[in-house]
Design a protein around this ligand. Sequence first.
Ligand SMILES: [Zn+2]
Length: 469
Amino acid sequence: MSTIPAAQDSAVRAHIQDRRAAFLDDLVEWLRIPSVSADPEHADDVRRSAAWLADKLKATGFPVAEIWETPGHPAVFAEWPSGDPDAPTVLVYGHHDVQPAARDDGWHTDPFEPVEHDGRLYARGAADDKGQVFFHTLGVSAHLAATGRTAPAVNLKLLIEGEEESGSPHFPDLVHRQAERLACDAVIVSDTGMWSADTPTVCTGMRGLTDCQIDLHGPDQDIHSGSFGGAVPNPATEAARLAAALHDDERRVTVPGFYDGVIELTERERALFAELPFDETAWLHTAHSHAALGEHGYTTLERVWARPTAEVNGISGGYQGPGGKTIVPSTAQLKLSFRLVAGQDADAVQQSVRDWVAQRLPHGIRHDITFWGATRPCLTPLGHPALQSLARAMERAFGQTVRFTREGGSGPAADLQDALDVPVLFLGISIPSDGWHAPNEKVELDLLEKGVETAAHLWGDLAENWHGA
Ligand SMILES: [Zn+2]
């Protein structure tokens, strides 16, 4: 290291203490803009939020800060070249739109009038995601102050979208269109959380997703079950047979080829997961479920983070009214979703499902199967140098060991990984109690500061330890 880390760490902290009040005032100002992307009445607010951020990024020192239009709400792009020709390029992803919120949803205070109380800042977007985007501004300025640099040690880019809470409908398109300007060596997603306030963690991957609807057609109309039942195929029975056949007795998915390419958990990853203070009873409570059940041979965390799964999301067909109706129904429907893990190919999974369905249905049952697209999985191996840098930066900020998690859900991060063909890392300081999408969303101010500190340490560490991985 060019500077003694301890000296740099205290310089970072001093800079943050110096700017803390102004930083929070700015964040509060941004949180007052109700940038609810789902509500057309707030379209101007989403636009105002983008303009506010672009101005603030310029004021931070970013020589480039632009509004990027989409057919929906605008995104913000900013860029700060390092000036060093060997420096890696990093793209930070986040979003400036927020979930809807109204006082009578159960908020104790106005969701768009931020309130600081007991070391927490309450407002819609405080954690998801304005707070976690905004810590990068003070982070980069602390990085410069502590190192005496005039530009970041990495080529720093930011892409802050305005439609994440509405499903990012124009995001894949935007990323493909702007792939050249977004080109980078790694993506840092700041739109996730950590295990808990006293267990800092880095998420290393998210599962992918593909889902479909299968429409089954039997007789041309509902027919009498006494005259015809038992002698012709029944689409509702076939829908149930498909659903039942999806898993074997060990709860493994039976679709041939489904597990092809799956990157298995390493022993080290399993050991690290097992060290997390996981409370299954509390988890079940959050799940509103009465038992845990899944693929044999894996723990609950492994099942939701690192194993591909198939789920019956809905099944319907035939008579649903009061009393009985003795028919062989004409149609039935099945909705299935598949969570994917790294190594699986979404297109191949879709084809396997199509083949499996076609091959299992008897003659006389016609079917249509419609897939609604696919989100790819992403995973950064534990040994990746960028991940190591991120964990080290976080350890310096938190003063304790950082552990590794994954995320069972799926998100737009995978679009970036896909389009830019680079590893995706997750830097989030939010905790489960922050109330994402819920009333009384908040961010813990000391964790927000840790986020600033992590960002301040990260760019120098990455630049020093990046070897063109
Ligand atoms: Zn978010």
